[in-house]
Write a protein that binds this ligand. Structure first.
Ligand code: NAP
Length: 308
């Protein structure tokens, strides 16, 4: 039996990937979205999205479910598999996955929309205590810390949102940031300032996480005074940014020094017919809106490539 040929193979089921599927299907193309983790990507763990135009407030999981529903209703196929590579075979792009018997998807064009993953702090005991007080997802694990004292590390929107989310459950939330200013949204900073159970610990880094079978305390370092001090917490939520995971594509598209796929606003990569959309590509602004915009741009570019 001849293997099915897809018009657009989309790697990654986050906002960029699912928007690409919606645009592709609406342009009459058969798409398949291949996702190795959770459909929705990063935004699923956002408790409240308040900066998507036209939607005043929506949970990240509801936003993701709506996107997936929209793409599937338009006819996009989905697969829950980890992509292991892409090869070019007689003008056909073959997406290789870890699916049963080395599953492959033959496509006329490909959109890589793999997003980014959580950056680790790289401090002692971080890996050992992950799942035992160390977490990278406040919405997933926050409820385990009801009535307890926790810390959030980071100064971006994720850290601010996490601190706000946790302040509803926890007795005390310490927000630890290495600078004296946050880079995340000002209006959340203002809301946090008004909360009695939130305390900012600025100009401070985490030196070590201490705990036998679970997190017991942090060893912190004040960068201004050079003084070390202890902070007793049962949980620490790390929100120190994200890194790409594009190694499996390094032999087919060019990456920059930080591992992002080299592609400009047109989403065109170094390999004809392969496009990169969303946070996984080189770009200035990594936002939900720009991920969605990339999904549309990449899908329309893929349609044009197929037509030509
Ligand atoms: P981010 O904006 O890159 O912020 C990462 C934070 O971690 C920065 O404050 C950074 O400090 C700090 N950091 C990095 N490495 C560190 C280290 N080794 N030790 C201590 N601190 C460290 O990451 P993000 O907050 O995850 O946000 C990523 C993107 O998603 C952003 O564009 C953000 O706006 C977007 N986002 C959107 C929403 C939404 O609701 N729409 C929600 C969350 C995130 P410095 O400031 O000193 O560099």
């Amino acid at each position: 039996m001849k293997a099915k040929m897809y018009d657009i193979g989309i790697i990654g089921g986050g906002t960029a990937g699912m928007t690409a599927a919606i645009y592709g299907q609406r342009a009459g193309k058969q798409t398949v979205i291949i996702e190795g983790g959770t459909f929705g990507g990063q935004i699923t763990s956002s408790p409240n999205v308040e900066n998507y135009p036209g939607i005043a407030s929506v949970s990240g999981s509801e936003f993701s479910m709506n996107l997936l529903d929209q793409a599937v209703k338009l006819g996009a196929e989905t697969a829950m598999e980890q992509v292991t590579g892409i090869r070019e075979e007689n003008g056909v792009k073959v997406i290789e996955t870890d699916g049963k018997d080395g599953k492959e998807y033959r496509c006329k064009s490909v959109i890589i929309a793999t997003g980014v993953t959580h950056r680790h702090l790289g401090v002692p005991n971080e890996e050992r205590l992950t799942g035992a007080g160390v977490s990278y997802c406040a919405t997933c694990d926050g409820a385990f810390f009801r009535g307890r004292d926790v810390a959030v590390v980071g100064g971006g929107s994720t850290a601010l949102q996490d601190a706000e989310f946790l302040s509803a459950y926890c007795r005390k939330v310490y927000l630890i940031h290495r600078r004296d200013e946050f880079r995340g949204e000002d209006n959340i900073v203002k809301r946090l300032e008004g909360k009695e159970n939130v305390e900012f610990i600025l100009n401070t880094t985490v030196k070590e996480i201490i705990g036998n079978t679970a997190v017991e305390r942090l060893i912190l370092n004040n960068k201004k005074t050079g003084k070390e001090f202890k902070l007793e917490v049962s949980g620490v939520f790390l929100a120190v940014g994200q890194i790409p995971q594009n190694e499996v594509f390094a032999d087919i598209v060019k990456l920059d020094g930080n591992g992002f796929i080299l592609a400009a606003e047109d989403c065109v990569t170094s390999h004809p017919g392969i496009f990169a959309a969303g946070d996984c590509r080189t770009k200035e602004v990594r936002q939900l809106t720009t991920a969605a915009a990339d999904g549309a741009v990449a899908a329309l570019a893929a349609c044009k490539y197929i037509a030509e």
